[in-house]
Design a protein around this ligand. Structure first.
Ligand code: WTA
Length: 659
């Protein structure tokens, strides 16, 4: 069956929702006129957005910029993110509206498990969870907890429960290993970690509790582990430290109510770790008032969210996209959304299309890697189902190639619905650049990201901080503070200043290459630093190098990113073995396995090459630029600062042997 046609020849959905779009379609010039007007006073614009939230106490000043770059938004205002996402709707006509349509991964001629939570259900669950945090574990405002959970409703429920009582949470993506869990718990000084006995991924159980047990061997602050029973897998429980959630819950009143804390606008909501050029991942701290305002503005404009919609963001909550566009964004709007536990193509490539059809998804937010995977699997998997409920789509996480854009737009977008590539990052909190940058829509151009949103001032700079001419590649920057910006890096404000605010004075340095074209559209080209985007996952080359050198056979390692048809980018490693260790294919495979186990399965290598020298500067710094040039068959460029030019030949030889 393809699209359901009715007598008038229109697809089914278009008959019941005749007006497809509330956006006003404008030319790029017209948008720029509106934009410039708004930008005469961006704070006024952001205040108009903030006013649409429910505050316990209105703010005094929109922006406190007395201590740059530590900006504070809506100072004096008080609110609570859990109240905004849950109470507000549970106390309104949305009380019995479905908030979350959850589908588990296991499949048996259909989804084996599904749950629908209304706003009232969510209110109840969040309150009970908050009761557990507060009354059972004695947590209070300012405390920190860690969440290492699969994509099950308990994850958003505990995020919202923590927000309710002012406890700052940090979510660790369930594809990370024990080391990553330990590092994050230690840096965040988490007192409690919430995990599950396991999570389903491609029909297999990911042993989350076992990983937590290993992580806890090296953590210093975690006192308790709360375990959600998800897969029924047998796990070891340490008496006095570990408890099952369902057992704890037997002591919690069904109608438990926990008063939401009055949080200051600039109080932290969460910490999310993200990779940079060097060192361990940085704990980006997001505030409450600015963040929730940015999410409201982007849900309203970029996604045109309405009560009739079914919104589906296919990201994992372990990454920022899930924080903003599964948890806080859609729920703040009182939307109905889909949350899916597993792999998009499990057990068959059309799993995700069946979700769209089954739940009549109307807004789809997905990634270029997912789209390229679907392309490879073939369009028959899509045309098998009716996807005519979809009225708007966006992608995120990495640049989208025009072929993938066209293919998806034709097949799922019926060649006509809006389909943008929204640019943003962990640090920005929410979308910054989009083809739907206000209640307007500018013409789509495949491969572009569109203009900056109303209220957001971006630019493309050269090394000296001068704007690049149109059409010329430079560094993407944000030149005015925006709500949703980081408060700081956890435990390291100096690093916050150094990484983002030092390349150019008073300007936020993003770390992406970009081009601005004649229409004022941005083309984000990819990272300008040592950060990889493997299948959209942000991974530092440094992290993969550290994982490699933990193997006893490895003396030194250099990792660079190389293009990949489906994943966008994958890692390529050049490794110096310890003396006495013989290179072999077996060792190569072992190293790949080792990194997957010790860092996480999201590390994908194209190849591991063995060399005896790496190109270094005289001060001993690995010249990844040179290695990357070799690995992408491009000119090596200036090598005068190299200590030993023979190393380049060696890297070339190793590369060509295994191309
Ligand atoms: C990249 C993900 C091109 C970019 C929300 C950025 C994109 C990094 C796009 C942040 C896009 C994100 N087009 N590139 N639409 N969206 N990126 O922190 O390189 O995981 O710097 O946040 O993803 O990744 P992060």
């Amino acid at each position: 069956m393809s699209q359901t046609e009715n007598e008038s020849g229109l697809p089914f959905q278009e008959k019941i929702v005749p007006e497809l779009l509330r956006h006003r379609v404008v030319s790029p010039e017209e948008y720029m006129r509106i934009y410039r007007k708004v930008m005469e006073n961006p704070q006024e614009y952001w205040e108009s957005m903030a006013r649409e939230l429910d505050w316990f106490q209105p703010w005094g000043k929109a922006l406190d910029d007395t201590n740059p770059p530590f900006y504070k938004w809506f100072v004096g205002g008080e609110l609570n993110a859990s109240y905004l996402t849950v109470d507000r709707h549970a106390n309104s006509w949305r009380r019995n509206k479905v908030a979350i349509i959850w589908e588990g991964e296991p499949w048996d001629n259909g989804p084996k498990e599904a749950r629908k939570l209304t706003y009232l259900d969510l209110f109840r669950e969040v309150n009970r969870a908050a009761y557990v945090l507060k009354e059972v574990y004695g947590l209070k405002k300012g405390d920190r907890i860690g969440l290492y959970l699969p994509m099950i409703p308990e994850l958003p429920i505990f995020m919202l429960a923590a927000a309710r009582i002012g406890v700052t949470f940090t979510v660790v993506f369930s594809g990370f290993s024990a080391q990553a869990v330990a590092d994050r718990m230690n840096d965040a000084e988490a007192k409690l970690i919430i995990t599950a006995d396991g999570g389903w991924r491609r029909g297999k159980v990911v042993p989350l509790k076992e990983i937590v047990d290993k992580a806890l061997e090296t953590t210093t602050t975690v006192k308790n582990v709360l375990v959600v029973r998800r897969t029924g897998t047998e796990v070891s429980m340490k008496p006095g430290r570990d408890a099952y959630l369902h057992e704890v819950m037997t002591k919690v009143p069904v109608n438990a109510y926990v008063e939401p804390e009055r949080m200051k606008s600039e109080d932290p909501l969460y910490i999310l770790y993200t990779s940079g050029t060097t060192g361990k991942p940085k704990g980006i701290v997001h505030d409450t008032g600015g963040y929730m305002t940015l999410l409201h503005s982007t849900m309203k404009h970029v996604f045109d969210i309405r009560d009739t919609d079914v919104f589906w963001c296919t990201a994992d909550i372990g990454w920022v996209t899930g924080h903003s566009y599964i948890v806080f964004g859609p729920l703040q709007e009182g939307a109905t959304e889909v949350m899916y536990e597993g792999a998009m193509d499990y057990p068959e490539p059309d799993r995700w299309v069946s979700i769209v059809e089954r739940h009549q998804v109307s807004i789809l937010y997905t990634s270029p890697t997912a789209i390229r995977t679907f392309m490879k699997q073939g369009e028959q998997w899509i045309t098998k189902h009716d996807t005519s409920s979809v009225r708007l789509m966006h992608s995120v996480g990495e640049p989208i190639n025009p072929e993938a854009w066209r293919w998806f737009h034709r097949l799922v977008g019926r060649g006509k619905i809006p389909f943008g590539s929204t640019w943003w990052m962990t640090e920005t909190g929410g979308i910054m650049i989009s083809h739907a940058p206000g209640s307007y829509l500018v013409p789509m151009k495949p491969g572009t990201n569109g203009p900056p949103l109303l209220g957001v001032e971006a630019n493309v700079f050269d090394d000296e901080g001068k704007p690049m001419p149109e059409g010329k590649k430079g560094y993407l920057v944000i030149t005015k503070p925006w709500p949703g910006m980081p408060l700081t890096i956890n435990n390291d404000p100096d690093r916050y200043v150094k990484v983002y605010w030092s390349k150019y004075p008073n300007v936020f340095y993003v770390g992406d290459y970009a081009i601005k074209d004649e229409d004022g559209y941005y083309w984000i080209l990819g990272r300008a630093d040592e950060v990889l985007k493997i299948a959209g996952h942000r991974i530092g080359t440094y992290e993969l190098e550290s994982a490699l050198i933990q193997h006893p056979a490895v003396a030194e390692a250099a990792v660079v990113g190389v293009p990949d048809q489906v994943r966008g980018e994958v890692a390529e490693a050049f490794v110096i073995l310890r003396s006495g260790v013989e290179p072999s294919q077996k060792l190569r495979e072992e190293l790949v396995k080792f990194v997957k186990e010790n860092f996480g399965p999201i590390a994908v290598f194209k190849e591991i090459h063995f060399v005896t020298k790496l190109p270094k500067t005289r001060s001993g710094k690995i010249m990844r630029r040179v290695i990357r040039a070799v690995a992408t068959d491009s000119p090596v460029g200036d090598v005068t600062t190299l200590e030993d030019e023979a190393s380049v030949e060696e890297v070339k030889k190793a590369f060509h042997e295994f191309k």
